[in-house]
Design a binder for this molecule. Sequence first.
Ligand SMILES: Cc1ncc(COP(=O)(O)O)c(C=O)c1O
Ligand SMILES: N[C@@H](CCCC[NH3+])C(=O)O
Length: 468
Amino acid sequence: MNAPSPLRCPEPAERPDIWPTTARRSDVGVLSIGGVELTYEALAAAGGPEEPQPVVICDAAAATGRATVWQMAMSEAFWDGYGMNGARVYYAGKAFLCAALVRALTDAGLGIDTASLGELTLALRAGANPATVGLHGNAKSDAEIDFALCEGIGRIIIDSLPEIDRIVGRARALGVEAPLMVRVTTGVHAGGHTFIATAHEDQKFGLSLATGAARAAAEKIAAADGVRLVGLHSHIGSQIMELDGFAAAARAVLTLRHELQQAGIAVPEVDLGGGYGVAYTERDAIAPTQKQVADELAAIVRTTCADLGSDVPVISIEPGRSIIAPTCVSLYPVVATKDVMTEDGFTRRYVAVDGGMSDNIRPVLYDAAYSATLANRDPNAAPAHVRTRVVGKHCESGDILIPDALLPGDVAPGDIIAVPVTGAYGRAMASNYNMATRPGVLAVAGGAATWWLRPETIDDLLALDPGL
Ligand SMILES: Cc1ncc(COP(=O)(O)O)c(C=O)c1O
Ligand SMILES: N[C@@H](CCCC[NH3+])C(=O)O
């Protein structure tokens, strides 16, 4: 958790990859995104929060732009007019989901990957075409399965052998055919943190390639009535910056497909999952571009299929983070500051903000690093910078957003802390700890602001309590 030196937040012009496309610092030092200044006065005037409060600002055009670039890069890389049949991109809604985003991404040609009844309901109600919606889950409820089957979604990704029997039963009862993919555990270890690596053997997701469980699942589906095998699926983890793991997993899953096809079991599609990493701070390398990833995946698929002597399946991927993470910046009002003596005998500045682990659990859960700057004024115009710990407001001493940030020594209540790259798994993993209200997500574009998710209110929380 202790960084070797305090982490400074680069300005948008220095590291454009960790800021939304339209982020700028004005001549007077105020940050803006989408032409909207990031002060609470300007946000209120543009239709945002009326009072200072934590809020997630999303550069709406950047989100659509990143999705479109993925879609085009994959379509181009996987099309050659004869063996390569194209590729599909499903946005992994677990990273962040709301109706406006579903509409923007489906308009851009993406499908939506969901992992719960809530995500699935939202995606369909927002107008996603069921044929290009998928459902994941290692413990899908009957309600989830029934809803997915009744709505006719394009793929349900199987995560265990008993689940196949359950779906066969539900499909029979409902009189529908279930399109199934098998999630294959390829044994590839990749991913930023143990909790977000998903393809090594001893973890809860998928069916093992090594033990034969994945193959057995595909055979079971192929032999059963009321279900149809539409593909194999591999997802190796999240926040992966090196492409080798994707290559190894793709080879493994394509080889299984080839073996199945040779045994007479057709496997039209292979999904290579999500997990493509992004840079969070200036210590991170610039992530591979969507085109680099797509070209690399296409090269692996092409050569693997050629080596195996098999045709090329339709390929799909499920990026979440890499579409939405860099398009959002979290803003926090500074509430209090104090200087504390450390055990090593130096003084540490604490800056406490309204917000914290309830709107961004990632630092606590994964030691995830973020950096912070000031939104309302130019930090570089301040006389001196000090090592600062940015902490939240919750009743946990571990409620630390940034353990060791370099911020102006005169940060005070009235200032606004901006933390970039918070679009993925921030609001989506937010909680109501301490009965905190979860922040709104404000989309900004062309000088105007629109709520993509309105801020939760205390009344929203109290309404859940029949005792009141
Ligand atoms: C099955 C599956 N697909 C896609 C994703 C999206 O991952 P990421 O946001 O890292 O792209 C995840 C999350 O790790 C996942 O579990
Ligand atoms: N929630 C994780 C990513 C896991 C994605 C789901 N398998 C994160 O914040 O990095």
